[in-house]
Design a protein around this ligand. Structure first.
Ligand code: LLP
Length: 463
């Protein structure tokens, strides 16, 4: 699909909500490999398959809606990231994108580290056997209890986010007779080109300590004086779903400048920098994400160049991709319940899930693709909006897309690139039961997070 101003003036029905003309793909049955996980294809009858299993069989066994995660693709992406950065750097998978015990085991086997940002994520990581030294603990308001657990477990690093936290972590570590390795998260003051709610490096937001006004330098000064802390580096995360490398380059340059200032003032060369996550993925055919090796090269080059210019030894670089690893590896499978054509506008296709399994469209105006999954069709394309079953008109899964005009209740449709921030941000709105995550690999499917049941909901309701 392509989005553009329509050359011959817009056709009424095809002008999508942002005022642009959205052209249907030449053949709606063709799957754009950019947005689908690696083992997704169509079988000889036209049905979508993943890991060698057709969606009809998967729907029968696991029900809908459900997320199907392509384990081979997940592992391949882990390897691509760690190969690209090589042994001189560290890749931390950002667990907030999607975390479960199985995911932790895959990460461990593929040699990745893990970034957690809550007690719950830490518990999952430890329970599934991630060695504590391979865990980084993040968050702008970690509780004392969470800090105690992280320090006691021996996490590899805690990323400090405020002046209060510097003291808090030092205090906890000292109390436990430990010296905790820490990084300081700085706000570098760049505007990442992404949705306002997922940009994190401009100054007027809650994360990190600003480089501006000498705040970050003051944080370093304080951290270096506290016995409970071993300050090992500086951290910067500029935002999420970013395609343009320019923001990362500015961030790397400013972080290296701080390292040089620290060396000049304290005679200490901090050995690590972390440039965060945030690399974009393809949700539609319009998106052009960078490959891990391009990202590694571009970040490595800039850090090396800046360090040489400042007379610093190149620090160990780490990155924290979440979406770029898990995002493309899963699709959500829905069953169509109703098809409602609105004359002169578009056709509303209601599915058996919605904003409870994918809040991103409502929250960030995110764009998604969709395909008829249970069969192919040669019917004319129709402009659709895929909506859920919740009690709000903002309950939109795919805002503008084309599906074949013979779409009917009972058809299965699939929304690709839902591996990141969909299950992890799912809710029970309207007492929806959160869908399962099913891992598929080499002709086998197994539930890694089971579907919620009404008993689960009622168990929490103790009134
Ligand atoms: N590191 C830190 C410190 C972060 O805060 C984040 C994401 C990441 C790494 C991973 O970013 P990624 O590579 O996944 O873009 N719910 C939003 C995204 C929020 C991201 C929050 N922090 C969404 O659905 O787009």
């Amino acid at each position: 699909m392509s989005r553009s101003a329509h050359p011959a003036g817009p056709r009424h029905a095809d002008v999508v909500s942002d005022g642009h003309y959205l052209a249907p793909a030449d053949d709606l049955n063709v799957l754009d490999e950019k947005v689908w996980s690696r083992t997704v294809t169509r079988d000889e009858h036209g049905a979508l398959t993943v890991g060698g299993l057709t969606v009809a069989r998967l729907a029968e066994e696991f029900g809908t809606p459900a997320y199907f995660l392509d384990e081979a693709d997940f592992r391949a992406r882990c390897r691509a990231w760690s190969d690209a950065f090589g042994p001189g750097a560290d890749v931390f998978y950002a667990g907030k994108a999607f975390l479960s015990r199985a995911v932790v085991r895959w990460l461990k086997e593929e040699g990745l580290n893990l970034d957690v940002c809550s007690g719950g994520e830490l518990a999952t990581a430890l329970d599934a056997g991630m060695p504590a030294e391979r865990i980084a603990f993040h968050g702008n308001n970690k509780t004392v209890e969470e800090i105690e657990r992280a320090v006691a477990a021996g996490v590899g690093r805690i990323v400090l986010d405020s002046f209060q936290e510097i003291v808090r972590v030092a205090h906890v570590a000292q109390g436990l007779g430990k010296r905790q390795r820490v990084q300081i998260r700085v706000t570098v003051g760049v505007e990442a080109h992404t949705h306002e709610f997922i940009a994190t490096a401009h100054e007027d937001q809650k994360f990190g300590i600003a480089l501006a006004g000498g705040q970050a330098a003051e944080a370093v000064r304080r951290a270096l004086t506290l016995d409970g802390l071993e300050l090992v580096g500086i951290h910067s995360h500029i935002g999420s779903q970013i395609f343009d490398m320019a923001g990362f380059e500015v961030s790397a340059r400013r972080v290296v400048q701080l390292l040089a200032e620290v060396r000049d003032e304290h005679g200490v060369e901090l050995p690590e920098i972390d440039l965060g996550g945030g690399l974009g993925i393809a949700y539609t055919s319009e998106d052009d994400p960078r490959e891990p090796h391009e990202i590694a090269k571009s970040l490595g080059d800039i850090v090396t160049r800046e360090c040489e210019a400042a007379g610093l030894a190149t620090p160990r670089i780490s990155v924290e991709p979440g979406r770029a690893i898990v995002g493309p590896t899963a699709f959500t499978l829905y069953e169509v319940g109703t098809v409602k054509p609105l004359e002169g506008l578009r056709t509303y296709v209601s599915v058996d899930g919605g904003m409870s399994d994918n809040i991103r469209t409502a929250l960030y105006d995110a764009e998604y693709s969709v395909a008829l999954a249970s069969r192919t069709s040669d019917a004319e394309p129709m402009l659709v909006r895929v909506v859920g079953k919740h009690c709000e008109s903002g309950d939109i899964v795919v805002k503008d897309a084309y599906l074949p005009s013979d779409l009917a209740p009972g058809d299965l449709i699939a929304v690709p690139a839902t591996g990141a921030y969909c299950r992890s941000m799912a809710s029970n709105y309207n007492h929806a039961l959160r869908p399962p995550v099913v891992a598929v690999r080499d002709g086998e499917a197994r539930v890694i997070v089971r579907r919620e049941t009404e008993e689960d909901l009622l168990r929490l309701d103790v009134g």
